[in-house]
Design a protein around this ligand. Structure first.
Ligand SMILES: Nc1ncnc2c1ncn2[C@@H]1O[C@H](COP(=O)(O)OP(=O)(O)OP(=O)(O)O)[C@@H](O)[C@H]1O
Ligand SMILES: [Mg+2]
Length: 310
């Protein structure tokens, strides 16, 4: 095994019981993917295609119908405390303070070391001053920061994130992405991040894995070879974003399913998009146009939200 291959997914397929007349529902088919140590990979696909299922298989919460996942060369047979999940819904303990939540998994460490780790990560996520607050006293964005701090304080081997910002308002989501990029650049954890938000994936990932509809296969893996923090107005950013939209069968405004135009192999997005725009006539379905306008006007580093008073 190459040392850089942290995660190796080999011919992974998954079917659930529950289809009509006792049949199974095929969710994932023949997924092959390597994730390098320290890499940030986003899994993108439409709702219900199997993104969370894939993440749960990689993390050992589900057993595949066929194929396997290796982490550091060892087959994944179940969850492991070294690999931490962050979900859309807050999983903080409501009866513990911010400080106690972050320190929860660190009880085996010497007291000094534990206190140092807690303080370090509280500062990193910008929650200094909120150490004694309880989760119900925090905004959604602040809770997700605590989640992130708690996960990082445990020094995980791999971070699995399943739409962790999906429940946040638009501005807070943008701010959280910037924070995550900043933190990831310092920590260099291996991250597998699920989202159906194309913009989010381009802002965050080293590579974006685009899944097809169910049963999901990998349609394309797109390298995002852009410096961080990413300029959301740069031609490079827009090109990658449009490439992902095109792979998903959507045009650059997030509109227009393009069933008539096979997109999988189209690499020249500039040519593909006019075809799609002409053939569509349908309302935007991926990203509301007002949000997209907002994204394009914003430059990373300029955003703020109620809970981000750093
Ligand atoms: N435990 C389960 N038993 C039966 N079917 C399941 C189970 N988990 C997921 N599925 C089915 O697998 C398919 C993929 O679900 P999954 O949650 O992985 O999709 P997703 O891409 O994460 O969707 P979303 O973007 O909406 O979160 C769905 O049709 C779902 O009904
Ligand atoms: Mg999901």
């Amino acid at each position: 095994m190459s040392a850089s291959k942290k995660i190796q997914i080999r011919d992974l397929s998954m079917a659930f019981p529950g289809g009509a007349n006792g049949t199974v529902i095929h969710v994932l088919e023949h997924i092959d993917l390597d994730v390098a140590a320290g890499e940030f990979v986003c899994l993108v696909g439409q709702s219900g295609c199997g993104k969370s299922t894939l993440l749960n298989l990689i993390g050992g919460f589900l057993k595949p119908t066929a194929g396997e996942t290796l982490i550091d060369g060892a087959r994944v047979t179940g969850p492991d405390v070294r690999r931490i999940f962050i979900f859309q819904e807050s999983a903080l303990f409501p009866w513990l303070t911010v400080r106690e939540n972050i320190g929860f998994g660190l009880t085996r460490r010497p007291k000094d070391e534990r206190e140092e780790a807690i303080a370090h990560y509280i500062n990193m996520v910008g929650l200094a001053g909120f150490e004694q607050a309880y989760p119900h006293e925090l905004s959604g964005g602040m809770k997700q920061r605590v989640e992130l701090a708690r996960a990082l304080a445990a020094n995980p081997d791999v971070l699995f994130m399943d739409e962790p910002f999906g429940a946040l308002d638009f501005l807070t989501r943008l701010k959280m992405r910037q924070e995550l990029v900043r933190i990831w650049q310092r920590e260099r954890k291996t991250v597998v991040f699920v989202t159906h938000d194309v913009e989010e994936s381009v802002q965050l990932a080293d590579r974006v894995v685009v899944l097809s509809r169910r049963p999901a296969k990998i349609r394309r893996i797109i390298d995002v070879d852009l410096p961080r923090p990413r300029d959301l107005d740069s031609p490079g950013y827009l090109r990658v974003r449009d490439e992902i939209f095109a792979t998903l069968g959507l045009d650059h405004s997030g509109a227009a399913p393009t069933a008539a135009v096979p997109q999988e192999e189209k690499r020249n997005v500039g040519q593909a998009l006019p075809d799609m725009a002409e053939s569509s006539g349908l309302a935007p379905i991926a990203v509301p146009s007002e949000e997209r306008g907002t994204i394009q006007r914003m430059v990373p580093g300029t955003l703020c939200s109620e809970d981000s008073s750093k």
